[in-house]
Design a binder for this molecule. Structure first.
Ligand SMILES: [Fe+2]
Length: 222
């Protein structure tokens, strides 16, 4: 009898129409939403945007640290100067973000001092070991420049998305700060793109000297 009952129940379950399943999912979602709001976790657009802005600030915080070490590392004078200029711009970006976070949070939200992880791909250990042994200082310069480009491009994506979100959230007071930060990231990324061919040409003799070429390859290069 018990088994029969089970069978009946399972048959009823299988026979449940799709629309009724959808209704029950909707009810569950509504119930979850209600429980979130009961716990006081409802969040205003400004509060949500403040979280995003703090994330952007943590990226600029690590950006400052990275730019400082890149300025020390590079031997190419015009790269050093451009990185120095962007360091000053990045400090301005930090200040604007901090001010905006304070304004939107009514002075109650702390601007983060924490640093994000750099968005730089790390090669597998096996390759990094070999590359580390054969890399010339010129190639290290190129590696740094490549990483500069990746960092700036990722910041462009970040600000581009944030501006769209701020528009949709109708937090208009954030737009001018985000737009200024975006335009500085764009001009830095453009500078890297324009300067890269010339930099590679400048570094090439050192890289060329580090590899042994066959006679045929040398003739092709002449
Ligand atoms: Fe930047």
């Amino acid at each position: 009898m018990l088994n029969q009952n089970k069978m009946v129940r399972s048959k009823t379950k299988k026979a449940k129409p799709a629309s009724s399943k959808r209704t029950s999912i909707r009810r569950r979602t509504q119930k979850n939403n209600r429980s979130i709001s009961r716990k006081g976790k409802q969040i205003t657009p400004k509060q949500k945007l403040t979280l995003y802005l703090n994330e952007a600030l943590s990226i600029e915080n690590i950006g400052v640290q990275r730019l400082q070490s890149r300025i020390k590392q590079t031997k190419i004078e015009n790269v050093k100067q451009q990185l120095q200029l962007h360091l000053e711009e990045t400090r301005g970006q930090q200040d604007r973000l901090k001010q905006l976070i304070s304004d939107l949070g009514g002075g109650k939200v702390a601007a983060t001092k924490d640093k994000a992880q750099l968005p730089i791909p790390t090669p597998p250990k096996s390759l990094a070991k070999i590359a580390g042994k054969i890399m010339t200082p010129a190639e290290l310069e190129l590696k740094g420049a490549k990483e500069d480009a990746v960092v700036e491009k990722s910041e462009i994506i970040l600000y581009d998305m944030l501006i769209r979100m701020a528009h949709l959230m109708k937090v208009e007071e954030a737009i001018s700060v985000l737009t200024q930060n975006l335009s500085e990231e764009r001009s830095m990324a453009d500078w890297i793109k324009i300067n890269t061919p010339e930099m590679i040409t400048q570094l090439w003799p050192e890289i060329e000297a580090s590899v042994v070429m066959s006679e045929e390859e040398e003739q092709q290069l002449r």
